[in-house]
Write a protein that binds this ligand. Structure first.
Ligand code: UDX
Length: 468
């Protein structure tokens, strides 16, 4: 019998999914919801902030219903206040409106059983427990990054970082200050933001399940016996990997998917990219993208532009419309023989193309997982947040690429970029990275496929929810 269905009566547990309102956080939770749905959770509602819904045209909630909460900024204006002010207002407004939403759903006869929330909204756990719900923390960043924040939260990682090399117990490699997420490494310049990141764990002992968008094989040194909390019922709450949360049509092809890409912050221009890539030789093109958010400075953009012009490889570069003014004058025309510049594309289609030889990336976690799952070697130019840690692991642990080094002014110069691109695309090292790429591509796909490590974790969760 299909899970959740009995004598025509729907017994499916009802899950409310609450992502943080940024593309890089919404998409992983949407993809995860699709997998829950496939496993038999037929009642899923996505709760998103009013401002986000207003601005995300064609919000791709698939078969899910959508409800809104308020973070206190329904008409925008987040950029005009300090992170602390956003956080405080969001805490109050988010708690109140999530409470109202849960009450509304309860009084309409559709009581929610389970809240799956992004720990960037730590107050959501308090609300879930007030309603007696099963509470699931869903981390959209890597487990190494969560682990670092957790050690800092517990005071085991002393801030500001003061040693040139730092050892943290429990599976992390030796780290240099520059390998840490910027909110840890740059604690002194923005302690308030660091405190906000650490508050993800403030009430973790009350949570019932902890999911991370990663896969066991990728971060097993940490995941082996990791728990961020022991619940008030004294059970161990293991951290479970459920990713990579990349659309099924791309990875395992199991879900009856509509080839959706998830939410796209910008309008993709993909056909010209594919037509152009079709004319290039296998593994000859550098694909460059810094995701939806990062804003490299003018000087950095100039160095990158010149490096791409000087290298012997052809390139496809995503320069968001808001960043175009940072390109050197007449650059697009100057490089038209060897480079294609677009404002956005469907990255998965590009990464899957056989012409791609390497991915020059800011190492956002979604991009990193997509590159690993596509077998695309990476050159990392991390900008902020979790990206330095992702770049460190890409180079030292997963052997999937190299991190470009900054000079004393914090700029990665053109020579260094050219060196890194050759390093991953050519010679013996290039071949070694190529072998890692084949390995990770397979392991990522196996993890979500029938009986894979992530698939089993999702299965177990669904069974427990149905039993409950
Ligand atoms: C943010 C943070 O920067 C990142 O570090 C964090 O881990 C998640 O949230 P973002 O900067 O957008 O996200 O980077 P990333 O996580 O890599 O996500 C970018 C997404 O945009 C990817 O899914 C990628 O496929 C998509 N993309 C990018 C496109 O679809 N088209 C493009 O042209 C470029």
């Amino acid at each position: 019998m299909e899970i959740g269905k009995q004598e025509g009566k729907s017994l499916s547990p009802y899950c409310l999914v609450l992502p943080f309102p940024l593309q890089g956080h919404v998409n992983p939770m949407l993809q995860f919801s699709k997998r829950l749905n496939y496993k038999g959770i037929t009642r899923i509602t996505i709760a998103i902030t009013k401002f986000f819904l207003k601005n995300a045209k064609d919000f791709p909630a698939a078969s899910f219903s959508v409800e809104t909460i308020s973070d206190g900024f329904d008409d925008g204006g987040v950029e005009k206040v300090s992170p602390q002010e956003y956080y405080n207002r969001c805490w109050k407004s988010g708690s109140d409106t999530l409470t109202e939403l849960l009450e509304k759903l309860r009084s309409s006869g559709s009581g929610v059983d389970c809240l799956i929330y992004d720990p960037f909204f730590p107050w959501a756990l308090d609300v879930a427990k007030k309603f007696g719900l099963t509470a699931v923390m869903f981390f959209t960043q890597s487990n190494s990054v969560n682990n670092i924040y957790f050690h800092a939260y517990k005071g085991e990682l002393k801030l500001p970082l003061s040693e040139p090399e730092i050892r943290i117990p429990g599976g992390l490699p030796v780290m240099k200050p520059g390998d840490f997420p910027s909110f840890i490494g740059e604690y002194e310049s923005d302690p308030e933001r660091t405190e906000m990141m650490l508050k993800q764990f403030r009430n973790v002992e009350n949570v019932d399940w902890i999911f991370v968008n990663t896969f066991y094989e990728l971060e097993q040194e940490l995941l082996k016996d990791e728990q961020f909390s022991r619940s008030s019922r004294r059970e161990l709450i293991m951290v479970r990997a459920i990713g990579p949360t990349i659309p099924s049509w791309y990875l395992d092809k199991r879900l009856p998917d509509d080839k959706s890409y998830g939410l796209n912050a910008f309008k993709p221009i993909t056909e010209p990219c594919i037509n152009w890539l079709n004319k290039q030789q296998n593994k000859s093109v550098i694909y460059v993208s810094f995701g939806s958010f990062a804003q490299p400075g003018v000087e950095q953009m100039k160095e990158l532009a010149l490096a791409l012009k000087m290298t012997k490889m052809n390139f496809l570069w995503v320069v968001r419309a808001s960043e175009e003014t940072k390109l050197p004058k007449n650059y697009i025309d100057d490089v038209s023989e060897k480079g294609l510049i677009v404002t956005w594309c469907h990255q998965l289609d590009v990464l899957a193309h056989e012409a791609i030889g390497c991915f020059l990336t800011h190492c956002g976690w979604n991009s990193t997982l997509e590159a690993l799952s596509s077998g695309a070697p990476m050159v990392g130019l991390p900008q902020w947040s979790d990206q330095s840690t992702n770049a460190k692991f890409t180079e030292d642990v997963w052997k999937m690429g190299v991190r470009a080094q900054k000079d004393e002014n914090g700029i990665v110069r053109r020579d260094e970029i050219i060196r890194c691109v050759s390093y991953v695309m050519e010679g013996e090292i290039g071949e070694e990275i190529g072998r890692s790429a084949i390995k990770w591509k397979k392991l990522a796909r196996d993890a979500v496929d029938e009986g894979g490590s992530s698939d089993r974790n999702i299965e177990e969760f669904v069974s427990a929810l149905v039993r409950f």
